[in-house]
Write a new protein. Structure first.
Length: 152
């Protein structure tokens, strides 16, 4: 009888167990894809494109697209790296110095990265309004800029 209860307990526990990917999705995964600044202009647009490299690294790039001239202008390379129990957002703008921002909020509704030592921006924030619709905000104590983006 004891063995029957033990076997039943093990079977019920195994049925209720899920692997890590089923239990939780990394909030960073929500960034993966091509994001267009709203309102979408038929002639030109700002785009962020993110891809997952592995469980600890995401690669992005931001660029301006001029549809009429069929030109793409890279503005910066972006990286998200998980290291030493923290997410680091690295922005490497064209012709400027790379800057790192440490994650201060990581959840299903918001990603926020901060670097108080940087002049502008001191924070970068992605806030989900809907599944494929976000508000991006950058700023410091004196000023901020915000815009909405939609995933293709």
């Amino acid at each position: 009888m004891r063995y029957s209860i033990l076997i039943l307990f093990v079977l019920l526990s195994a049925c209720g167990m899920k692997n890590k990917s089923q239990q939780e999705q990394d909030p960073m995964d929500k960034l993966v894809g091509k994001w267009f600044k709203l309102p979408i202009d038929s002639n030109k647009n700002m785009i962020e494109n993110w891809e997952k490299v592995n469980d600890n690294t995401y690669k992005g790039n931001a660029f301006l697209w001029n549809k009429i001239a069929n030109e793409k202008f890279n503005t910066e390379q972006l990286w998200l790296n998980y290291d030493n129990d923290a997410w680091i957002y690295s922005a490497d703008p064209v012709n400027q110095t790379k800057i790192d921002f440490k994650a201060t909020i990581v959840n299903d509704s918001m990603l926020r990265f901060e670097n108080p030592a940087h002049d502008f921006p001191q924070y970068i924030q992605y806030k989900w309004l809907e599944k494929n619709h976000i508000e991006v905000e950058i700023g410091n104590a004196d000023k901020n800029m915000a815009w909405e983006m939609e995933k293709e």
